[in-house]
Design a protein around this ligand. Structure first.
Ligand SMILES: [Zn+2]
Length: 342
């Protein structure tokens, strides 16, 4: 590709700002050397495995009350704007914890989006309560849908008492998902991750996805000199040790993959990709190149940074990994895991 001086300057500025020349990620990341034209390689297409949408004229989301900037509709138009030029070719919708009475309406809303084939959204993980008596009836209605791939029910931390998700009614629901060829998204506070590992071990025929790097908090990974006090630095150290050990334990379960996502929502005001790197790298190293998937967690990610900045930061963190491994992370693993349409 021939690049004239003006284009080169523009590209250099964008590269310096950490942006890819062609959009997309991975191989699209290039190094600009003074005086040398930038040779742009084809960008890696992105599959976003955790895309939220909510249209408040159609669905009720009680938790949005008090959620600040998130308390409005986020629809496809907004998503397309947020991902413009990034090379997002497919996305998997993630349930948004609607009012229980709206669960079926939510599923139908996203099935219709997928059916239109006009948008990146081509599959969905819907809400559901695996321990509830009506769960079998609820979920089997979607068993032949080519779009419904799994269920999520956000699980509580140990402070809520006994882990109900290790008891028979819940386990039965999760095993049913395995029988139906559906997955379960494991989303829980870090303190509950070891119980999460038990759950994954108790349901070996169900495929699980660990959301958001186990919900690690980026602020805890900052060095002691960036912590507010010695006490906070010690607490942060304990958090990190526990999180690392939990990820080690989870990654031993071969029926679990890890979504590289979410953490950008927890960044401090001033941050760089280096602040996210310990979390990303530990997950990538423990789970290996075949069991990790990129996700945006848009629009929740915008609490920390725009989606574009998350993609750029992750691109920088993984730039030293092989192109083959980067392609798996950004999209190939997701296509295989969910059996997404071509
Ligand atoms: Zn989310």
């Amino acid at each position: 590709m021939k690049v004239n001086r003006r284009q080169f300057v523009e590209q250099s500025v964008r590269v310096a700002a950490g942006m890819s020349v062609l959009g997309g990620a991975g191989a699209g990341w290039i190094e600009a050397k003074e005086g040398k034209p930038v040779a742009a390689e084809p960008a890696i297409p992105i599959v976003d495995t955790h895309q939220h949408l909510w249209d408040l004229s159609k669905l009720r989301l009680p938790w949005l009350k008090g959620a600040g900037r998130l308390n409005r509709s986020f629809v496809m138009k907004d998503y397309l704007e947020a991902t413009e030029g990034l090379g997002v070719v497919k996305s998997v919708y993630m349930e948004v914890d609607v009012d229980p009475a709206d669960k079926v309406a939510e599923a139908e809303y996203v099935i219709e989006l997928c059916r239109q084939r006009k948008w990146p959204t081509c599959a969905a993980v819907i809400g559901g309560r695996p321990a509830e008596p009506g769960f079998r009836q609820y979920i089997t209605r979607f068993k032949d849908s080519p779009y419904i791939k799994g269920v999520r029910h956000i699980l509580p931390g140990p402070e809520s008492g006994k882990a109900f998700f290790l008891e028979k009614p819940f386990l039965d629901g999760i095993r049913l998902l395995g029988e139906l060829g559906m997955s379960f998204d494991l989303c829980m506070p870090p303190a509950a991750l070891l119980d999460g590992a038990k759950l994954v071990g108790l349901c070996p025929d169900t495929r699980f996805i660990l959301d958001h790097c186990g919900n690690a908090d980026v602020k805890m990974f900052l060095p002691p000199e960036r912590q507010e006090s010695t006490e906070k630095a010690l607490a942060a150290r304990r958090f990190v040790d526990h999180w690392r050990a939990s990820i080690d334990e989870l990654a031993k379960r071969k029926n679990l993959v890890c979504k590289i996502s979410g953490i950008v929502a927890t960044v401090p005001k001033q941050w760089t990709p280096d602040d996210l790197a310990p979390i990303v790298n530990h997950c990538l190293d423990c789970f290996g190149p075949d069991r990790v998937m990129f996700a945006s967690d848009w629009p929740v990610c915008t609490q920390g940074a725009p989606l574009r900045r998350w993609v750029e930061a992750l691109g920088q963190i993984v730039a030293n990994r092989s192109e083959a491994d980067q392609r798996k992370l950004w999209g190939e693993n997701a296509v295989r895991f969910y059996g997404l349409r071509g």
